[in-house]
Design a protein around this ligand. Structure first.
Ligand SMILES: [Zn+2]
Length: 127
């Protein structure tokens, strides 16, 4: 079977009405960060920024939703997988340059769980 391609010369505007128009690169404005969990690069808007704050019981991690907190920040996907991976390889202490930084996966999962819950489609919203 020979499949014939339709190469129309009168290709006007809107060639494909679907998604995934291959415009890679920085088409949309926004910095690219690397997730410390899966080490994939993504836009900062897709990631969550965490910073280390000093407390009475030592440094702790805080999710910086507004990305306005000063200091060195680390970025990761708001996914439990990336959180677990980052905690497992101690990527927080390395990325934030804070020695002795202890991160509880449960705490972060709880914080980030709010984000994923917020972004997800709310149940009961049936048009
Ligand atoms: Zn990730």
């Amino acid at each position: 079977m020979v499949q014939r391609k339709l190469s129309t010369t009168r290709n006007g505007t809107a060639p494909t009405n679907g998604e995934s128009s291959g415009t890679e690169g920085t088409a949309t404005s926004g910095p690219i960060r690397m997730c410390i969990g899966c080490r994939q690069r993504a836009q900062a808007s897709e990631l969550v920024r965490v910073v280390a704050v000093g407390g009475d019981s030592g440094p702790a991690i805080v999710v910086d939703l507004a990305t306005t907190m000063p200091g060195r920040g680390a970025w990761l996907h708001p996914l439990s997988e990336c959180v677990t991976a980052a905690v497992r390889r101690r990527a927080f202490a390395t990325a934030l340059r804070v020695a002795g930084l202890t991160v509880r996966p449960d705490d972060l999962t709880e914080l980030i769980g709010e984000i994923t819950d917020r972004e997800g489609p709310s149940p009961g919203q049936n048009r």
